[in-house]
Design a binder for this molecule. Structure first.
Ligand code: SAH
Length: 482
């Protein structure tokens, strides 16, 4: 079940708490902190609750629950230790469409009270949807340590100057820059030192400085192979700040989900069969238009932008048009797939070099030097479409690479649906077809590929039954050598 998170304004609104023990007391505390008008109904009350009553902070009703307690209520908290009573209260609330929290009972509850990190007015709420409060508390403890206590004061200051910031920084981009400065610069530093007046005067000084028109820029960002954990911190930051994101087909949805919510996302993926040059032209036009209108454009590519990603062409274009840019490298498919399949790309005994090769389409003209590619003692990592496998295998064997050279074909590398197929080169086309391997797949050829059978630690592994005994024996020998 997915819960809908919301922050409710319960100031002055009637909230009924049923139960008068220590659990009820805790809930009453958080409700009062939000300014609720709290009514506690129970047969007995803790001393603290009685004190609150005497101070006039809460109202109490003594006795067993009656449905009319819920009249005019916005929220209900059931905190009795009687399951049947809790169920009855939940039933009454449900009938009246009043949201209810039954303490420690996600099933009976229609809302949960999250664990919170309080830097009022900044509040971070954490919920495990009622399934694992301990987990939520753990996460809260972690976040507590990274959010400085002066953040509350910073948020208060930002709120005070919000209208002025809007007026003096009319463009969204300018405002975002201002807020970045506010969070990272001298204002935050002064507040951390409890120097409120100093902070405020820094803020005013900066706000009154006139602004030149903001210039757009482009970041060419490598998104890695799919697992969001493999993004760099710089890539994540770029995604958080982007106004516009132009992304390729290979970029995983998990990664796009990390981008700033209101960023404009434009899919510019090349699909097989269409005119790639026309698509590339369209990408150039989009880069130019958005950057010239002052946006921060993130050009997001699978893997690394400079490895078979046409990143160079895009930079040449930007440079010709004097658009500022930066490049954030990503983990390229060969490195990532090999790592997640347990294949060391070089190996003291078996491979002194590794080559990254593209073999996407023989139609584009085949300029690869197959004679040199077929040499032993090197690892080949092919970026290719699966339809190229028969052709590619034939070329290598024809030029002298042994038919029993181990291969590993990695489909959807680093993603939750990763599959790795192992076998001998001569069997590759038949095996890939038999197991219906699809794009994106990366092919590793060389003695080191045999190690995957033993060292793979992630995803599914398919070992070829048709592999020759010789290559199986070789695989074993190699694994031992490693
Ligand atoms: N710039 C990218 C490569 C683009 S070419 C990079 O650095 O990784 C596209 C090819 O990369 C695909 O056809 C496939 O061979 C390979 N590839 C990319 N991501 C992959 C993944 N997650 N798993 C397997 N192969 C992948």
């Amino acid at each position: 079940m997915t819960l809908f998170p919301l922050f409710a304004d319960i100031n002055g609104r009637r909230v009924v708490v049923v139960g008068g023990g220590s659990v009820a007391e805790r809930k009453v505390g958080s409700l009062l902190a939000a300014g609720a008008s709290v009514v506690v109904g129970a047969t007995a009350f803790t001393a603290e609750l009685l004190l609150l009553k005497n101070q006039g902070s809460i109202e109490t009703i003594e006795g067993l629950f009656e449905e009319n307690w819920l009249d005019q209520a916005w929220l209900v908290v059931a905190a009795t230790n009687d399951q049947a009573a809790n169920r009855h209260i939940a039933h009454c609330a449900e009938k009246r469409r009043i949201l209810i929290n039954v303490v420690d009972d996600a099933q009976l509850s229609s809302f949960q009270m999250p664990a919170i990190i309080d830097r009022s007015p900044l509040i971070v709420a954490v919920s495990s949807s009622g399934t694992a409060p301990v987990l939520a508390r753990r996460v809260r403890e972690r976040i507590e340590t990274v959010l400085d206590h002066s953040l509350g004061a910073l948020a208060t200051l930002a709120e005070k100057y919000r209208p002025a910031i809007r007026r003096l920084r009319p463009k969204l981009r300018q405002r975002r820059e201002f807020y970045d400065w506010l969070l990272d610069g001298p204002v935050a530093a002064a507040l951390r030192k409890q120097q409120g007046l100093q902070a405020e005067s820094e803020l005013k000084k900066k706000l009154e400085q006139t602004q030149s028109a903001t210039q757009g820029k482009v970041a060419l960002v490598g998104a890695g192979p799919g697992d969001p954990g493999l993004l760099t911190i710089k890539a994540l930051r770029a995604l958080n700040e982007a106004d516009v994101i132009l992304y390729d087909r290979l970029v995983s949805p998990d990664i796009l989900a990390l981008a700033r919510r209101d960023a404009l996302r434009i899919a510019v993926g090349k699909t097989p069969g269409e005119d790639h040059n026309a698509t590339q032209q369209r990408i150039h036009d989009l880069l130019l238009d958005h950057a010239r209108s002052g946006s921060y454009v993130v050009r997001l590519k699978g893997g690394d932008a400079f490895v078979f990603g046409r990143g160079g062409e895009e930079l040449e274009f930007l440079s010709e048009h004097r658009i500022p840019y930066e490049v954030v490298p990503g983990i390229t498919a060969a490195l990532a797939c090999a790592a997640y399949a347990g294949i060391p790309l070089t190996h003291r005994d078996h491979a002194q070099s590794v080559r990254l090769i593209t073999a996407h389409s023989c139609k584009d003209g085949d300029s690869n030097d197959w004679h040199s590619l077929a040499q032993a003692r090197q690892t080949l990592a092919f970026y290719m479409g699966v339809s190229q496998l028969p052709w590619l295998t034939a070329r290598l064997i024809e030029h002298g690479r042994a038919g029993d050279t181990p291969f590993a074909l990695i489909e959807n590398g680093t993603r939750s649906n990763q599959r790795v197929l192992h076998g001998a080169l001569k069997d590759l086309p038949a095996l890939a077809a038999e197991h219906a391997f699809q794009a994106p797949s990366l092919l590793v050829i060389g003695e080191v590929a045999a190690l995957a059978e033993q060292l793979q630690w992630f995803g599914a592994s398919i070992s070829a039954h048709t592999a020759s005994d010789e290559s199986a024996a070789q695989a074993k020998g190699l694994a031992k050598a490693a």
